[in-house]
Design a binder for this molecule. Structure first.
Ligand SMILES: [Zn+2]
Length: 69
């Protein structure tokens, strides 16, 4: 009774591979070479800064709210 399970497994794997191939093809059609991707890389999320005085993360620009950093 293991043959049927093997067939089902092969079918699932085949469908999975086809899906991945379709996704890859769609990705190539949208972004040739994969170079142009949506989302700006240069102005990504700002790096988390830590206050030198108290060690807490500083959100946004400017000095820390503790007044020492
Ligand atoms: Zn601070």
């Amino acid at each position: 009774m293991g043959a049927l399970r093997a067939v089902v497994l092969v079918k699932i794997v085949t469908f999975f591979l086809i899906g991945m191939l379709a996704l890859a093809m769609f990705g190539r059609l949208r972004w040739p070479g994969g170079a142009r991707r949506p989302g700006k890389r240069s102005s990504g999320p700002p790096k988390p800064r830590k206050c030198k005085a108290c060690g807490s993360y500083i959100i946004g620009e400017g000095p820390c709210s503790c007044g020492k950093g």
